[in-house]
Write a protein that binds this ligand. Structure first.
Ligand code: GLP
Length: 261
């Protein structure tokens, strides 16, 4: 794991955007795994800026989103379909037919999840997976206790996650209990993982993910097994790490041949 700590979420998001852009320059037909939530918003805004100001071309890119609420129509204001359209897809040139987000209205959920896995496989696998981190350490919607080998499937949210995400549901609407999420086994197969976490509320989950034991109780900790996982943090999210000074020194003193940004 490479842990990159920058003072602010904005600065960390710029680094993340440069990493995504580099991936796309190296492989214009990249397959990107995408996340929702507040965390990647600055990253998506920066990628959209790179698209309009610098011509960063998404026309050959394929995307797979991590998750979606079961029972929400794509047009629902809190659906991840809507979130992705508003925060990213409306601002870049990814062909619609190459955008994949789990269908929260799928009638046969197990068959749908198998087909989602097959679509990822048929696209050649995910080159770069963007991830946020739940305050309980979840990745996608893989709540604590999720099998480290799990594939795309239905999950039941914890009350903590439902409360964390209630801010996206206005007018007294209930946060759904059930979701479709890529599994931890699906996520770990991505060729590169970029985990972003910002703010004090994530500090404990970040410490458990980066410096704790690998355990299904902290799904993020599975990334310790990934050969190319980068963790991008702001100062607050890094505040419970015991080796923070070391990670900062490593990042600031990379040999020139290793500097990739
Ligand atoms: C949701 C999403 C996750 C996301 C997490 C953190 O549960 N399913 O993919 O990482 O929220 O959200 P936020 O970035 O808003 O803190």
């Amino acid at each position: 794991m490479e842990v990159i700590i920058l003072p602010t979420a904005e600065e960390a998001s710029q680094v993340a955007a440069r990493l995504v852009a580099r991936q796309m320059r190296e492989k214009p037909a990249s397959v990107l795994g995408l996340a929702t939530g507040s965390t990647p918003c600055n990253l998506y805004a920066e990628l959209a800026r790179m698209h309009s100001a610098k011509g960063l071309d998404f026309s050959n890119v394929t995307t797979f989103n991590l998750d979606e609420y079961i029972g929400l129509d794509p047009a629902h204001p809190a659906s991840y379909h809507r979130f992705m359209d508003e925060n990213f897809f409306a601002h870049v040139n990814i062909p619609r037919e190459r955008i994949h987000i789990p269908d929260g209205l799928a009638r046969d959920v197990p068959a749908y999840c198998d087909a989602y896995e097959k679509a990822i496989h048929d696209a050649g696998g995910i080159d770069l997976q963007i991830l946020g981190l739940g305050s309980d350490g979840h990745l996608g919607f893989n709540e604590p206790g999720s099998s480290l080998a799990s594939r795309t499937r239905i999950k039941t949210l914890t009350e903590r996650t439902r409360n964390d995400n209630a801010r996206f549901f206005t007018g007294g609407q209930e946060v759904p209990h059930h979701v479709i999420t890529m599994g931890l086994g699906t996520i770990i197969e991505s060729r590169m993982c970029l985990l972003l976490a910002f703010g004090k509320a994530k500090a404990q989950a970040v410490a458990a993910t980066v410096e704790g034991p690998v355990t299904a109780s902290v799904p993020g900790s599975l990334l310790q097994f990934h050969p190319r996982a980068k963790v991008l943090l702001d100062a607050e999210a890094a505040s419970s790490l015991t080796r923070a000074e070391y990670y900062k020194w490593v990042y600031q003193n990379k040999p020139t041949w290793q500097i990739d940004l």
